[in-house]
Design a protein around this ligand. Structure first.
Ligand code: THG
Length: 266
């Protein structure tokens, strides 16, 4: 499972003031703790800073890179902010989070991915909006994969985001995401998935339970990447257990390793 740690996000009430104050210690602690918990990428989002988003996100990237070797995922629809983050990259290949099949956004962001050799999260949406069901989402995913590979982006550098919307706002949204994952992985086994897992539980009590249950169902359908909270040790325990149960962890070595490190919570 490719874990993209979601905690360095300006929409989080506890994190936004730390970014505003340029509190490097607080940001670096979040980066380190997420990396230690298993995050392969550290998502950074400065969207709440509006006009100052490019300079703020560049500061976040530099601050995170002083604390960890993990590459970042730049979480923004804004080409200027994405460019500012990519320009200060020093770690491995980062992820652009995200591109869509909206004409203007696609055309602005694709050149940045090519220039900086970045991976991309591709959302299943286009100028007609976000399809309600898996059929419509898969059609867009297939079109994006076709266009991105023809432009020179390798299949494993593409992460399809099936769109995780709150089940509290539509009872079909959990299934729509899971069916999209299953179809994308069946047709394109080399492409990765990146779900915004925590979205599924907005508006419900005991959100962690909903996130944890969705995680297991989505992994059974082939989800191999997600933007999630790696500091939720119950959630990460479910990742290691699911990998062992789904044939993704030979001899359960990873699971045993995590257990020995004290990282398995029952
Ligand atoms: N797809 C892609 N990128 C994404 C998302 C996605 N980036 C943003 C988001 N969705 C994923 N990141 C988060 C980060 C935090 C929370 C949810 C998703 C979260 N916040 C709590 C809340 O809003 O209630 C806590 C708030 C707080 O502490 O202030 O759960 O889908 N590609």
């Amino acid at each position: 499972m490719i874990i993209i740690g979601e905690k360095i996000n300006s929409t989080l009430k506890a994190v936004r003031p730390a970014i505003a104050k340029r509190d490097a210690d607080a940001i670096q602690s979040l980066a380190k703790r997420q990396a230690d918990a298993g995050a392969a990428f550290i998502d950074v989002n400065a969207g709440m800073f509006h006009d100052a988003e490019p300079e703020t996100i560049a500061w976040l990237v530099e601050t995170v890179q002083a604390a960890t070797d993990k590459p970042f995922s730049v979480d923004s629809p804004n080409p200027a902010a994405i460019a500012a983050a990519l320009a200060v990259n020093k770690n491995g290949a980062p992820i652009i989070n995200s591109i869509t099949d909206e004409k203007a956004r696609y055309n602005a962001i694709l050149p940045l991915a090519l220039e900086y050799n970045a991976k991309v999260i591709a959302l299943c949406m286009d100028d007609t909006g976000m399809p309600e069901n898996a059929d419509g989402r898969f059609t867009i995913a297939a079109r994006l994969i076709d266009k991105l590979t023809k432009a020179g982006i390798a299949l494993p550098d593409i992460f399809i985001d099936p769109l995780v919307r709150p089940v509290s706002t539509g009872s079909h949204y959990g299934k729509a995401a899971i069916d999209t994952i299953r179809r994308v992985k069946a047709e394109y086994p080399d492409v990765h998935i990146a779900c915004g897992l925590s979205n599924v539980s907005f508006g419900l009590p005991a959100r962690k339970l909903i996130n944890q249950t969705f995680l297991v169902a989505a992994m059974a359908a082939g989800m191999d990447g997600a933007i999630l909270d790696p500091l939720d040790t119950k959630l990460t325990s479910l990742i290691w257990a699911s990998e062992a149960l789904l044939g993704l962890d030979e001899y359960c070595l990873e699971y045993l390793d995590k257990y020995r490190e004290g990282l398995i919570e029952v």
